[in-house]
Design a protein around this ligand. Structure first.
Ligand SMILES: N[C@@H](CCC(=O)N[C@@H](CS)C(=O)NCC(=O)O)C(=O)O
Length: 225
């Protein structure tokens, strides 16, 4: 109980994972929004933890990133981490989102973390970020093959923007911070691979989010694909 109370006053977290990861970026966005101090990288609890090492597997049984440390609490899975941060640091949350809307945001966050991330990031963007061609080149044919599923993912987002209430509300939702780093990465792809241009509401939504200082700070692209 005392430990939990202390946590509420402790506005410092460690994020285990590199700052280029879209999921790490989701947590960084929330930290920026709530003015929480954070670190990123493979340093955790004062030690360097190698990716997929025994230590890493103790933190996450499937060796995934990110992992959060807040005081005594160690937490995995980005959507759960974001929910924890929002409920811990946003005293106004109950008045921002009615319970049914919060439940729909939660459900859409799962859709984003599981299916949309796979289609946009794992199977598509990563072809550019970590090219797997024989001479280290981007396999454009593979990327093209993945465009169908990426378009489906973007149409799910477009549909949610038009008919749902998980995204683009007056107040930022966990689903917003999960989706924004994914969309931002897609927007940085070479012209014929930037599928965002085919989805006007989604494109506009990203532009609006990028007007926030925190998004502008965290969602940077150093890489020229
Ligand atoms: N379900 C996890 C997925 C996290 C995830 O896939 N993270 C990527 C980095 S962005 C990762 O750990 N990739 C390494 C791997 O899959 O082996 C979450 O939502 O946090």
């Amino acid at each position: 109980m005392n430990i939990e109370k202390t946590a509420l006053n402790n506005k410092q977290v460690e994020i285990f994972g590199p700052s280029f990861s879209n999921f790490v970026r989701s947590i960084m966005l929330l930290c920026e929004e709530y003015e929480i101090e954070y670190t990123t990288g493979l340093e955790f609890s004062g030690e360097t933890v190698e990716f997929k090492s025994e230590q890493h597997l103790q933190l996450h049984p499937y060796g995934k990133l990110p992992v959060l440390k807040h005081g005594e609490l160690i937490l995995t899975e980005t959507a759960s981490i974001c929910r924890y941060i929002q409920t811990t640091f946003d005293g106004h949350l109950p008045s921002k989102f009615p319970i049914h809307q919060l439940a729909r945001i939660d459900a859409f966050s799962a859709i984003v973390s599981i299916y949309i991330d796979k289609a946009l990031i794992r199977d598509y963007l990563l072809e550019f970020a970590f090219p797997k061609g024989e001479a280290g080149e981007v396999r454009l044919d593979v990327a093209k093959e993945m465009q169908g599923a990426a378009r489906v993912a973007l149409s799910v987002i477009e549909g949610e923007l038009l008919q749902g209430d998980a995204l683009n509300n007056i107040h930022l939702s966990v689903a917003d911070v999960l989706i924004a780093p994914m969309l931002h990465y897609i927007s940085t792809l070479p012209e014929s691979f930037n599928l965002l241009t085919e989805f006007p509401h989604t494109n506009q939504y990203l532009s609006q989010l990028m007007m926030r200082d925190s998004f502008n700070k965290v969602l940077v692209s150093k890489k020229k694909w």
